[in-house]
Design a protein around this ligand. Structure first.
Ligand code: SF4
Ligand code: SF4
Length: 93
């Protein structure tokens, strides 16, 4: 299973919760605190590292607030694992 992670821009998030239902592993919850605009932003809760970087959350986000990173396989002689950024292109709603 591929490994991934997401970074949520909490200031861009409007708290619509679409990403929470889009994640197949239910790894996104709403924060208990507020951003500067008064919204409760989404946050990744993934202590077991189950995010696959599938990007479903980012694709559904109407505010392009989620950046997705997915680990890519590297040759065994390369010391550090490498991440790729999954670019989500969204059009106007
Ligand atoms: S990238 Fe996929 S698995 Fe990871 S949080 Fe988003 S929807 Fe869930
Ligand atoms: S879909 Fe986007 S705007 Fe909506 S809660 Fe998730 S990160 Fe925030």
């Amino acid at each position: 299973m591929p490994k991934g992670r997401i970074v949520i821009n909490i200031e861009a998030c409007k708290g619509c919760q679409l990403c929470t239902s889009a994640c197949p592993s239910e790894l996104i919850q709403m924060s208990t605190s507020f951003n500067s605009k008064g919204y409760r932003p989404a946050e990744l809760v993934d202590p077991a590292g189950r995010c696959t970087g599938c990007a479903l959350c980012a694709m559904i986000c109407p505010d392009a607030a989620i950046e997705v990173f997915r680990e890519v396989k590297v040759k065994s002689h390369e010391a550090q694992p490498v991440e790729e950024v999954v670019v989500i292109v969204t059009g106007p709603a």
